[in-house]
Write a protein that binds this ligand. Structure first.
Ligand code: IPE
Ligand code: IPE
Ligand code: MG
Length: 246
């Protein structure tokens, strides 16, 4: 497994790395079910995949990584699963603090974290503050996030600040929760589902989409390298024709 991962990594063209990878981490519940365990067991086992992907991006030199961890719609899940997830977040953020600091990784969030339980919000705010000056990579967790919320939130801010004015694309992106984060070049979704589930709708206008059957708790560096290699084979035309790209 390690040899295979190293071989795949050696095939990656370092000059053509995506600078922002976003991931819809999906399949924890199904993974738990396959193992005859409650859903929260799948979420706990997803933490290793988060660690692997973060480490792999830092090693490769991908400066932006965004992970969809909890959607606005996920509040509709059974209360026990929601509270289990909120507790897991606190535990993970606290456990990973030293690793983030040691590896010069800045923690960031998008979404409305003011609505998270106090203990979760405080743990996040503490980690965000402690890692604020880290430079190697920004790890953004999308929490209580939905793209429609983000778009409407920006519109509502702009209505106040730009009443009766024309709003430019840059005014709009600056008003968004994810202001300052470049658009993702590669979006990965695990678990075989092929949908966006209200994630980064504005930012994914020209993003390359990659879907894999692998369930999130099974996702390892090797799978990330496969996604990046697949991305590097694509021709990104942005409306032009091939001949204009040279
Ligand atoms: C993704 O796994 C994690 C979150 C949405 C928090 P799921 O919990 O959605 O797993 P499945 O899709 O039910 O297998
Ligand atoms: C999307 O996964 C949200 C996160 C990964 C946090 P879901 O499992 O909630 O998506 P749907 O509901 O199946 O589309
Ligand atoms: Mg799911």
């Amino acid at each position: 497994m390690q040899i295979m991962a190293d071989q795949l990594a050696s095939l990656i063209d370092a000059s053509k790395l995506p600078s922002h990878i976003a991931v819809i981490m999906d399949g924890n519940g199904r993974w738990a079910k396959q193992n005859g365990q409650p859903r929260i067991f799948g979420h706990h086992n997803g933490v290793k995949a988060v660690r692997e992907v973060t480490e792999a991006c830092a090693e490769l030199g991908v400066p932006w990584l965004t992970l969809y961890a909890f959607s606005t719609e996920n509040w509709k899940r059974p209360a026990m699963e929601v509270s289990g997830l909120m507790g897991l977040l606190v535990e993970t953020v606290k456990n990973e603090m030293l690793t983030l600091l040691k590896n010069d990784i800045r923690l960031h969030t998008i979404g409305d974290i003011s609505k998270l339980p106090n203990s979760t919000r405080l743990a996040l705010e503490d980690a965000i503050q402690q890692t604020a000056n880290n430079k190697r990579m920004t790890l953004t967790l999308a929490l209580n996030y939905s793209a429609r919320w983000e778009i409407l939130d920006a519109v509502n801010k702009l209505v106040k600040t730009h009443a009766h004015q024309t709003v430019s694309e840059s005014d709009f992106t600056e008003a968004m929760s994810g202001a300052g984060i470049p658009d993702p070049e590669l979006l990965i979704r695990t678990s075989g589902e092929k949908r966006i589930s209200n994630f980064l709708l504005w930012q994914c206008a020209y993003t390359e989409l990659y879907f894999t059957e692998t369930l999130w708790p099974d996702f390892r560096k090797q799978h990330l390298y496969e996604a990046i290699l697949n991305f590097q084979q694509r021709e990104r035309r942005f409306g032009k024709i091939s001949e204009q790209l040279i």
